[in-house]
Ligand binder design. Sequence first.
Ligand SMILES: C[S@@+](CC[C@H](N)C(=O)[O-])C[C@H]1O[C@@H](n2cnc3c(N)ncnc32)[C@H](O)[C@@H]1O
Length: 275
Amino acid sequence: MADPFQDLNAADPAFVSRIVDILEARAKEPLMVEIIESYLEALPWVGIDLAVEVGCGTGPITRRMADHAARAGRGGQVEGLEPSSALVAAAIELGQGMDNLRFATADGTALPHEDGTVDVVVYHTVLTHVTDPVALLTEARRVLRPGGQLVVCDADFSKASFASGPDDPMGVFAQSFVRRFVTDAFTVGKLPAMVRLAGFETTRFDVSNRITTSDDGMIHYVQMCSEAMVSEGLIGQPLAEALLGEYARRRALGELYGFIPFATLIANKSDADSA
Ligand SMILES: C[S@@+](CC[C@H](N)C(=O)[O-])C[C@H]1O[C@@H](n2cnc3c(N)ncnc32)[C@H](O)[C@@H]1O
């Protein structure tokens, strides 16, 4: 089964409306806010005329970018680009009232910008969902001005874990989610080499952890995978419900432990013409 994030325009509308809620909730988790703010605070907002988030989904990160640009006080504009028209519609709705923010439908392989006209390009959990990340990075390099900055933040899904012990059925869901909803779980480890290939010089590459212990941060791993297993006839509805009950039980007892490393890479468009 192909990762549905590769083409949300072809996905079930019920799935897409669930994704709206999941993306918005994830971006509000305190650990995720720390990760996002750590790279946004590192950007030189006073010198930025145009910052673009590619694959912006419902725009929770784009809205934070617009907030940083507004606080810099020199009229910097922020744009969120996203192939899914349903997510762009949600992003426009959620971003109402921010004057320096706009959204449009576009694919990361064909950005609607002239060469060298963008100051910053951000990809937040996008490159793990595409078949050719270097194609998107190369397109980012084309639109960035000389010295422009690239930010990639993504989950190292290859290390995602949900198990509390050997043979823990909950542990299956981390692997099942990655298999069903991620294109390449090992993208993060390949990032430094890929950005170099695309013509960037990395200035920062570090990893923080997204840990879920007391909230619904990873309940959709269990929900979406158990629903898929029911529809495939692998398990019945009683087991799907029992597994959701187990998530709630662990959360109530403080025994929940979901773990995913999140890498942040910041790079400059290098002068070399190699890309
Ligand atoms: C997990 S979501 C992340 C959304 C948003 N960046 C966030 O973190 O809330 C992945 C996004 O990548 C988008 N995407 C997938 N393929 C893409 C492509 N070729 N170009 C641009 N975006 C793409 C999907 O439509 C989806 O909105």
